[in-house]
Write a protein that binds this ligand. Sequence first.
Ligand code: 4NP
Length: 157
Amino acid sequence: MSARILFVCLGNICRSPTAEGVFRQRAAAAGLSLSLIDSAGTASWHVGKAPDARTVKAAAGRGYDLSTLRARQVSVADFNAFDFILAMDEQNLAELQSIQPAQSLAELGLFLDYAEGAVEREVPDPYYGGDQGFQTVLDLIENASDGLIRRLRGIGS
Ligand code: 4NP
């Protein structure tokens, strides 16, 4: 099985593109071959835009290139196109649950539930805060990415 994974936040310009880029790079480095990794926002405000400049800069500082990503809004079709749909926080998870079609087999959850030893369950929205918030987003997402990679290896992805 090759898992198809969608990361979801509110605007798809800060947290979920970070998750997409970080997870893609770390999964590749770990030798995991995945058929589809993508991200989307529950809101439509930033559709078509590159990630927030602060997000791109913080990620580049750790060797992740997010500059080519473009925001899109999550759609009903995503619930059949992905096996895992992982939200950055409870609010976005609730939104996903409210629009999941009855026949969809996609597994919905919080991305940080894959992070080892994390007390946080939500990736805090960095949009209205300072630079430290973007580093915190990266710390949490790197940890959860490694946990998800271990989990996918466990199920033979
Ligand atoms: P994201 O962050 O959900 O991590 O992409 C946000 C981006 C934009 C806004 C809120 C959160 N906004 O209000 O425009």
